[in-house]
Design a binder for this molecule. Structure first.
Ligand code: ADP
Length: 439
């Protein structure tokens, strides 16, 4: 990368429907915040446009204030502004109630709500004389930006602006995503190697640079969940509960850990009510069987998630597929040993202590976890049993592994430079609507 990337500030506008930690559902929210912070730290200008959900976590917004209103398509849109982790965020509140639904996703008309938001955000840029160099949109939810921009704005006003589109999860809205790809200047998939500047809980993060912090975190976790305060191997799972995430393997691993005398904690919620009910039954059964060694918390809870990452010895991520996967990266930041299925981003970032020395050293890293192939109980047992045995039989080795993991750098600095290169490339080719750079 040439020095000019640092010398010439560019202006990037993200149009997104999630942002950590104020409106986060999954990894998309982490990427928007982490990438924006790192790009801003390289002296570029970043603005983020987000719907003003009624369920926003406003405690984490500084200088929150009413900015102005405008009209689009007969609807009044009120605009608020504030700072989130030092980033400038515009909150759009269309006065048609679209974002007063108590949730980010899950209304019957999500496509209509987000489509409206995308168009309203572009209209705001237009009416207020913004000339961003780059508009960056994400996943199916803000994919309409790609074609609305090309159809309605590019030739009238914002001719110098390039559009970048990032796919976080192809599982959702494949139709929208395909359409956006044909209208965008550059499309990327989230890259695996990336992310540490996620929404760490500031209250506990400073401890974690010290290895001693792990013991305290484990006790805090056991206290908070009413688990027996013994030094037992503790398995953590933090996940959306969907088939993508390998729920049958999660259940199996919880049983196996308990059978081997360990403790297990799961934090997760299922968008599908039949899966949620199934887990409620599973929880009832397993809580009565192993009452002081297991907790299944079937909800979404940001602060508990960080306590689990910090307090667990291992974090299990047995996804059937995983485009990027932030869970294992957050776990490593906290010095928890990842146990993952060898797929997608999990395969790219977790290197088995026994089998992947060459592969990890090619990345300049030491091996940092346990992995497995296959999608049945035998597979997950293979990785889990080795991890638990290491904990029981070679505690010094296990502790050394935790330290190694914590020292590895999964920061946003590198992806930020990659994205800047992409932003610059986008500006120089922004007439070539079909060029696609895969990261
Ligand atoms: P995906 O985006 O497919 O859900 P990722 O691994 O990319 O998967 O990102 C998941 C993010 O969501 C992580 O930051 C994880 O900590 C968080 N997360 C998942 N489930 C919960 C939950 N129940 N409570 C709190 N955070 C959660």
């Amino acid at each position: 990368l040439g020095g000019n990337i640092k010398e010439t500030p560019i202006h990037i506008v993200h149009i997104a429907v999630e942002m950590a930690p104020i409106a986060k559902v999954g990894g998309l929210g982490d990427v928007v915040t982490g990438l924006s912070r790192a790009v801003r730290d390289l002296n570029h200008n970043v603005d983020i446009f987000l719907p003003k959900y009624d369920c926003l976590n406003l405690n984490n917004v500084k200088d929150f204030h009413y900015h102005k209103n405008y009209f689009w398509n007969g609807t009044e849109i009120k605009v608020w502004h504030g700072k989130v982790e030092g980033l400038s965020v515009f909150f759009l509140a269309p006065q048609n109630g679209f974002f007063n639904a108590g949730c980010v996703y899950g209304c019957g008309n999500d496509a209509e709500r987000f489509g409206f938001f995308c168009h309203a955000a572009l209209e705001f840029l237009y009416q207020n004389g913004f000339h961003p160099d780059i508009i960056h949109c994400h996943d199916w939810s803000s994919a309409p930006v790609a074609w609305l921009f090309k159809e309605h704005y590019k030739h009238h006003h914002l001719s110098k602006t390039g559009v970048v589109f990032t796919i976080h999860n192809l599982e959702f809205g494949a139709h929208f995503i395909g359409k956006a790809m044909t209208y965008t200047d550059k499309a990327t998939t989230v890259s695996p190697t990336y992310s540490r500047e996620v929404s760490g809980n500031p209250a506990i993060a400073p401890h974690l640079h010290k290895f001693q912090g792990k013991k305290a975190a484990k006790e805090a976790l056991q206290n908070r969940l009413g688990l027996r305060r013994d030094d037992l191997p503790l398995l953590g799972v933090v996940s959306r509960l969907t088939h993508q995430k390998g729920i049958h393997l999660i259940k199996h691993a919880i049983y196996r850990t308990l059978e081997r005398g360990g403790q297990a904690v799961l934090l997760g919620s299922a968008p599908d009510s039949s899966i949620q009910n199934d887990f409620v039954n599973f929880a009832n059964q397993i809580h009565s069987q192993y009452h002081d060694r297991v907790r299944l918390c079937l909800l979404y809870d940001e602060s508990l998630s960080h306590l689990i990452y910090a307090g667990a010895d291992f974090i299990l991520v047995p996804s059937i597929f995983e485009p990027c996967g932030l869970t294992q990266l957050i776990a490593m930041r906290y010095g928890s040993v990842p146990i993952v299925r060898k797929t997608g981003g999990l395969c790219d970032t977790v290197f088995d202590v026994e089998h992947d020395r060459d592969r990890s050293q090619a990345q300049g890293l030491e091996p940092n976890g346990f992995n497995f192939d296959g999608s049945d109980a035998k597979g997950v047992d293979y990785a889990l049993n080795r991890a638990i045995s290491t904990w029981y039989e070679n505690r010094d080795g296990f502790n050394t592994l935790c330290k190694t993991i914590m020292e590895q750098d999964w920061s946003w600095n590198r992806p930020a430079l990659d994205y800047l290169e992409l932003y610059h490339a986008t500006q120089s080719v922004n007439c070539d609507i079909n060029s696609i750079a895969e990261y």
